[in-house]
Design a protein around this ligand. Structure first.
Ligand code: ADP
Ligand code: ZN
Ligand code: ZN
Length: 738
């Protein structure tokens, strides 16, 4: 009789535990021996079938072995997740207190989780048909793009998708010519060769600071580098040159960017520089494309992987460097379910892989700055703009007591007019979408509150309605005040739609382009909107923080920030940090290369110390000031936080649950000067979507005790009946305290 073999499997269920199964019945002994962690296994679970990940093969179980069920089948003998990546997922599930199934769900492409084989397809290419080959040179003159495609295909055998993007030939041209029978597309096999020539275009000669920063980076072991340099100081050029080094060693580079920054511009910049295969992983991909990109990275075919948050879980055949651009960006932290920070996981992963991690930002997070100041990270600074570009000139506009025209100061409107007349572009920043933040009755003061949240409903004009941005509830705009029947109800305050209207009225001959979540809802929405901007014609861009990130607007020479004070009085302790980051990121859009930029900040609080510090002394003085405060108030980066959130339609249930959590926690760890509890307290928005929301904050001087406590606490809470009656979650290193 051969010894018992038990498969320990992680399943996509909300439970934190793992599950034991017997091997599938038809498996033979030789196959059994080759079962490795990371393999996908199909198993029965209750009345359903699930696909899980094999975590370990063991010889005993704590469960009753007679009750174990056999797995149904091995989906694929090659592990879907290699050892290193599986370890990372297990570590992350532990650290972020999330069920392992949730973590694996994030790491594995959907199609694999549904049992699709992990097989690479070929690469899509387009080539001439016999008929197409028969065309003379210079044919199709009346359709210039078709003529261009023809000429390119007459010069080389085929074109890949990347080639088409670089040549700016839209796919619709390929489609038209396919319909005419002139070209066809098919898939060809791809192999992971290193091209003899890595660079498509030459690298820029670095300035002194850039050269010094690049020279500091070591490629053969783990180290974290903070590349701290204003927008336009040449950080991306350093990424490109560091990547060139890695590629020359035959390795791969993983580059993470904020969601909004992943524009074709970013990708194109990499494609223009390198000949190697590059894949982009972002929310715009369908499941098939995502799987392809993932497989290409795993096979070592894709040499540069550019992606958003979840790309940190991309398998790499031969990892050489991880780069995180705009490392301070909030989008790197997932705010629900598996609440991981891709930036922090990158540090863990780079350490395990013994490769460098490069964090870049014009406005580094306080956590990262603190680590750099403590010499845990190598601190690389770029203080000037690259090339000959000048930093923007930032001016505060005191608008106290001033009669504003629909939110605009006279000086701002004059500056806009002046800029347009000089043939340049203007960016107006307002971090509020919709027409107006709310509706008010002039006679009785009634406000359009949401019935389901502690929040006001936003007025929208296109289409006309009231919309709650917190629970998505919508209703018609009333003609009369629901409270006093007056007809004098009016929108209060400014939203992007309203600013767009005003600007269009004031500057009728100028194109006004609004960029916010509403105007970019369609696929490629942002790209389409920005076509006019990139044409360089005078225009006005009005938008939310979508505009603040990642885009380069070469012809914008004036930025107007309508309300610099938003965030100054936020109840989230990160409010001032975020405000400073956002203002500088927006300001950084102005004036590149040879066109100096100007930034106007409208403020009601020009005397506020945070505003003064930022204006007079800059971001680093601001962060020094905020760091001092954080030290005194015992907040990150000096302390480690975890938040336990609970919500319920019945407020008392959520409160009871958190009281229980605190009681259990205090039994495990008494409060002391190095470990404290705060709460249960109502969340900033106590009611949202008809649920009452509360939180308990845990604050520890050290990570370890907090981790240990949370692990035990989570298990005990999961076992308590109350935990099934509320929605609850644990957020480790929370970024958003609401
Ligand atoms: P960042 O990533 O810090 O915003 P970039 O790397 O995008 O900065 O550089 C900003 C601009 O300056 C780009 O147009 C880039 O091509 C140019 N640039 C960067 N480094 C140099 C250099 N050494 N010499 C000339 N131009 C440069
Ligand atoms: Zn009224
Ligand atoms: Zn609501």
């Amino acid at each position: 009789m051969h010894s018992t073999v038990i498969l320990e499997i992680a399943l996509p269920t909300p439970l934190r535990r793992r599950f034991d199964y017997l091997p599938p019945q038809e498996i033979d002994a030789a196959e059994l021996e080759h079962l490795a962690a990371g393999i996908l296994v199909r198993v029965p679970f209750g009345h359903q079938e699930l696909i899980g990940v094999l975590i370990a093969v063991k010889s005993s179980t704590e469960q009753d072995i007679a009750k174990l069920r056999p797995a149904l089948a091995i989906v694929d003998k090659t592990p879907a997740l290699g050892g290193e990546l599986l370890e990372l997922c297990l570590w992350a599930a532990d650290y972020y207190q999330c069920p392992i199934g949730d973590a694996l769900q994030t790491a594995l492409p959907t199609l694999l989780r549904h049992g699709e084989p992990a097989q690479l397809r070929g690469e899509w290419i387009v080539e001439l048909t016999t008929e197409g080959k028969g065309l003379p040179e210079g044919a199709l003159k009346r359709a210039p793009k078709q003529a261009q495609l023809l000429a390119e295909l007459q010069a080389r055998a085929y074109l890949t998708k990347t080639d088409l993007d670089l040549l700016e030939i839209p796919r619709t041209i390929v489609k038209t010519m396919t319909e005419k029978g002139l070209v066809r597309s098919r898939e060809i096999a791809i192999t992971p060769d290193t091209p003899a020539q890595l660079l498509r275009e030459a690298a820029l000669p670095l300035n002194e600071e850039q050269a010094a920063a690049l020279a500091h980076i070591e490629y053969h072991h783990f180290n974290i580098y903070l590349l701290d340099g204003a927008t336009g100081s040449g950080k991306t050029e350093i990424y490109l040159q560091a990547i060139a080094q890695i590629l020359a060693q035959g390795k791969q580079a993983l580059v993470l960017v904020p969601e909004i920054g992943l524009t074709p511009q970013t990708l194109l910049r990499f494609q223009r520089r390198f000949t190697v295969p590059i894949v982009a992983l972002h929310s715009g991909l369908n499941d098939r494309e995502r799987l392809e990109a993932w497989l290409q990275a795993r096979a070592g075919i894709a040499r540069i992987i550019i992606g958003t948050r979840s790309a940190i879980f991309t398998p790499l055949q031969n990892p050489g460097i991880i780069i995180i651009d705009e490392e301070h960006d909030n989008s790197f932290k997932q705010q629900e379910g598996f609440r991981y920070s891709a930036r922090d996981l990158a540090a863990v992963r780079a350490h395990r892989l013994q490769i460098p991690l490069l964090l870049g930002s014009a406005t580094p997070s306080l956590e990262t700055l603190h680590n750099a100041q403590q010499h845990r990270y190598n601190y690389l600074r770029l203080t000037t703009r690259a090339g000959n570009a000048k930093p923007p000139d930032i001016q505060l506009l005191d608008i106290r007591g001033e009669q504003l025209h629909e939110g605009f100061a006279a000086a701002s409107l004059a500056a806009i007019d002046h800029t347009l007349k000089a043939g340049n572009q203007v960016l107006v920043f307002l971090n509020r979408r919709g027409y107006a933040p709310t509706l008010e009755c002039h006679d009785c003061g009634w406000l359009a509150n949401c019935n389901h949240c502690d929040a006001r409903m936003t007025v929208h004009q296109t289409p006309r309605h009231l919309h709650c941005h917190h629970c998505d509830h919508q209703r018609a705009i009333p003609r009369r005040c629901p409270s006093c029947n007056s007809t004098k109800i009016q929108p209060i305050g400014q939203g992007t739609e309203r600013s767009e209207n005003v600007l269009q009225e004031l500057f009728p001959g100028t194109k006004v382009i609004r960029v916010d979540r509403d105007s970019t809802r369609n696929k490629d929405g942002m790209q389409k909107l920005l076509v006019d901007v990139h044409s360089g014609e005078p225009c006005i861009l009005v938008g939310t923080q979508m505009l603040a990130k990642g885009h380069h607007f070469a012809d914008v020479t004036l930025v107007v920030i309508i309300d610099a004070d938003a965030g100054l009085f936020s109840t989230d302790f990160r409010g001032p940090e975020r405000m400073g980051q956002l203002l500088l990121q927006v300001a950084g859009r102005a004036g590149r290369a040879d066109k100096p930029g100007r930034v106007l900040l409208q403020s009601h609080h020009t005397e506020h110390p945070l505003v003064q510090t930022l204006m007079l002394k800059g971001y680093h003085a601001l962060t020094d000031l905020i760091l001092q405060e954080r030290r005194i108030t015992q907040l990150p980066p000096y302390r480690h936080l975890a938040l336990i959130r609970a919500e319920s339609k019945r407020a008392e249930l959520a409160v009871d649950f958190l009281r229980l959590a605190r009681k259990i926690a205090e039994q495990l760890q008494e409060p002391n000067p190095f470990f404290s509890y705060l709460g249960p307290l109502p969340a900033m928005m106590e009611k949202r979507g008809d649920r009452f929301r509360y939180q308990l904050q845990l604050n520890s001087a050290q990570r370890k005790p907090l981790q240990q406590l949370l692990t035990q606490l989570a298990l005990q809470l999961e076992g308590d009946a109350l935990s099934k009656r509320v929605r609850w979650s644990i957020d480790v290193d929370p970024q958003d305290m609401s």
